[in-house]
Design a protein around this ligand. Structure first.
Ligand code: URA
Ligand code: SF4
Length: 210
């Protein structure tokens, strides 16, 4: 598999036939991700649920409806962003993906990040967060931006938030996810402004940007 030369469409085609892990056995459709291939913001969830598996599209169930509402609060629609998942096939009974499944699927996500090349990566939930900024508790890290240099991906800004499915029915988390979302436009502006400056500075922040 020579993913490094593939376009987004080609990657999604390869995913549709992938048997790299046993999640391929129970899936109806693969869910590679969808949205603007040149989006400034990439959202990364955990894995497809029942509705996603049936439709082949990410975040189309109740959690997806909430995510769409959240996007609306900052004046964006689903078509303005790209939405992907850590694993592209539904784990049976919506269980957490196993580390070996996440590892098997990661090259696809890596290539998606390279191709979409977003300014900001919003991780949804702790599994997605842990893949990029390990060793953090989501209760402490949510709503903060982290700049990380990731092998193969270069320097990237990550903004972890709670998973919309977890927040949907828990009022306190719901308030927090809404409050975190509201910070996204200002964060994007900050990253854009810093990109110009970064031609000369190569400092990597290991702590939260704010
Ligand atoms: N939850 C996820 O993490 N991803 C989806 O695509 C849908 C629900
Ligand atoms: Fe392939 Fe990823 Fe699906 Fe596993 S979850 S079969 S690695 S596309």
């Amino acid at each position: 598999m020579e993913l490094s030369q593939k376009s987004l469409e080609e990657v999604h085609e390869i995913i549709s036939e992938c048997k790299r892990c046993t999640l391929s056995e129970g899936r109806t459709k693969t869910v590679p991700g969808s949205g603007d291939a040149k989006a400034a913001i990439l959202f990364i969830g955990e894995g497809p649920g029942k509705n996603e598996d049936l439709q082949g599209l990410p975040f189309v169930g109740a959690a997806g409806q909430f995510l769409t509402e959240l996007l609306g609060t900052i004046g964006l629609s689903r078509e303005d962003v790209f939405i992907a998942n850590v694993v592209k096939c539904r784990p049976p009974g919506n269980r957490d993906p196993l580390p070996e499944e996440v590892n098997a699927c990661f090259p696809y996500l890596e290539r998606q990040v390279q191709l979409i090349d977003p300014l900001l990566i919003v991780t949804l939930g702790r599994h997605s967060m842990n893949r990029f900024i390990p060793g953090k508790q989501i209760s402490a890290a949510h709503g903060k931006a982290f700049r990380r240099e990731i092998e193969g991906l270069g320097k990237r800004v990550f903004f972890p938030i709670y998973h919309p499915a977890a927040a949907l029915y828990r009022p306190q988390l719901k308030d927090e996810i809404i409050a975190d979302f509201v910070k996204v436009p200002a964060l994007l502006n900050k990253i854009e402004a810093e990109q110009d400056k970064e031609q000369t500075t190569v400092e990597i922040e290991q702590k939260a940007m704010f």
